[in-house]
Design a protein around this ligand. Structure first.
Ligand code: SAH
Length: 458
């Protein structure tokens, strides 16, 4: 950060404006709304400034600048077009360690004005460090349009209940939960619709009646196959508010970066046969963190309930009476199929789809192979790359046509996605010629041909 963002109390302090153009009237509005007294130095002021002087809002002190005019001043803003004067003002103010802004000149300024969204007491300030003001304005408009006007009133009303809430809910976790619930719930809705009296009565009524648990909560969140745009809104909201994020190898970095900067991030990654933390320990970790009052997001690649061992984790949470939620995610089969142009079903080629684990136990997959060899069915193997040879030979020995198309999709939906199309017969040889990185998904069936028909290019 090139500038330190601060909110400084300036009530009753003096600001000096130097210049005569309307830029100063805009600056004056902000300084005035922060409660400052405003003085002007400049000859032939523009019409807007004259009106402000006539109405007593701005006091004119001199026609020309001299250093002694900086005495007792707390902030200086200069829009003088004469660069020699701007340079002098900057030098003099900096020598006095006085905050100075020379309009449109970051070199000579010690501070810059941000774009402000004022919902006092809530104030948001946006800045591009003076580098690209248009972007600052766009961002400001974005924030402006998503912050209801009544936010200021909501903050004021809520703060008048703070002492009461603190007394009723002595533990910080309880208090936080109380406010999170009501600032996003019915109380806030009443304020937004202008029913302040009803809102007050409602809050008065619920304080103390609602028991706020000190135990945290665990959210088992499906993070999808990699592309952060594939997260659900609910996943995003929970990731943003989590105190702790427990994640594994499949969760992509851009998704992790959505968590709060101060959130603790615990990697419990599970490489094949190299479990960083055994499942049992992960289950216990989730329970312990929640009992400490934390809101824990357990991020799972894809969908937590599809080969994600989500069921085991919530069993332990339920047994320990820890509240939890499960948020579905886009499973690898859906993500990879869309991003590689291979529909999983198709009226002409496939009427059903089967998700299968290709994870080998002691070198073989104990699976009902015969059931897989049937017309009109797409097979999707998760965790199947290492066992590809076994998978293909089992299918062929159960009667699958050797020329059945097969696709391998590695790192699906990410910028590094790679797709290899081959056949059940040639797959083992074909993977030797390309480098496929984990995670890789295998799709087998006539639908694979559609990729070419759809002229899909990655
Ligand atoms: N719960 C996850 C699956 C976990 S099992 C889900 O619903 O997607 C791990 C397997 O998922 C990997 O071995 C691989 O086969 C598949 N997989 C997950 N993400 C993938 C991706 N981005 N590209 C290809 N395959 C992926």
């Amino acid at each position: 950060m090139e500038y330190l963002p601060l909110f400084v109390r300036m009530q009753g302090k003096k600001a000096l404006l130097i210049g005569n153009n309307e830029t100063l009237t805009r600056k004056h509005t902000l300084l005035k709304s922060a409660g400052m007294e405003i003085y002007l130095v400049g000859d032939a002021p523009c019409q807007e400034l004259i009106e402000l002087i006539d109405s007593g809002v701005i006091k004119k002190t001199a026609d020309t600048y001299s250093e002694n005019l900086l005495d007792n001043i707390s902030i200086v803003v200069c829009s003088n077009e004469d660069s020699a004067i701007a340079q002098r003002v900057s030098n003099d103010a900096m020598a006095r360690e006085l905050p100075v802004n020379i309009v449109n000149n970051t070199e000579l300024s010690s501070f810059i004005f941000p774009s402000v969204i004022d919902r006092s007491p809530i104030v948001a300030a946006v800045s591009s460090g003076g580098q690209i003001p248009v972007m600052t304005r766009i961002l400001r408009n974005l924030v402006e349009s998503t912050l209801p006007f009544a936010y200021g009133r909501l903050a004021q009303l809520s703060s008048s209940f703070r002492a009461k809430v603190n007394a009723q809910y002595p533990a910080i976790n309880q208090r936080r939960r109380f406010w999170e619930k009501h600032l996003a719930g019915y109380f806030a809705e009443l304020v937004f619709s202008g029913k302040d009296k009803e809102a007050e009565a409602y809050l008065e009524d619920v304080i103390g009646k609602e028991s706020m648990s000190e135990t945290g909560e665990v959210y088992l969140v499906g993070a999808g196959p990699g592309d952060p745009d594939l997260l659900t809104f609910r996943a995003l909201r929970l990731i943003r508010q989590a105190d702790v994020v427990v994640y594994d190898r499949l969760v992509s970095t851009p998704i992790l970066e959505l968590a709060r900067q101060d959130a603790e991030k615990i990697h419990v990654g599970k490489e094949r046969s190299n479990h960083t933390l055994p499942q049992e320990k992960i289950n216990q970790l989730l329970v312990r963190l929640a009992k400490e009052g934390k809101r824990v997001v357990r991020l799972k690649g894809g969908d937590p309930f599809i080969f994600g061992r989500g069921g085991e984790e919530i069993e332990e949470l339920a047994a320990s009476e820890v509240p939890f939620q499960v948020v579905p995610g886009i499973t690898a089969a859906s993500g990879c199929s869309s991003y590689s142009g291979i529909p999983l079903t198709h009226r002409d080629y496939s009427q059903s789809v089967r998700f299968i684990t290709g994870h080998l136990k002691d070198g073989s997959c104990d699976l009902p192979w015969q059931e897989f060899v049937t017309k009109g069915q797409t097979l999707v193997f998760y965790m199947g790359l290492t066992g590809l040879d076994v998978i293909c030979s089992q299918l062929i020995s159960c009667g699958m046509d050797r020329s059945t198309p097969l696709a391998l999709i590695s790192k699906g939906t990410t910028p590094e996605q790679k797709v290899l199309t081959t056949t059940v017969e040639d797959a083992t040889e074909a993977v030797k010629s390309v480098e496929l990185k984990a995670p890789t998904l295998i799709i087998i069936g006539e639908v694979v041909r559609l990729r070419e028909k759809l002229r899909w290019f990655d």
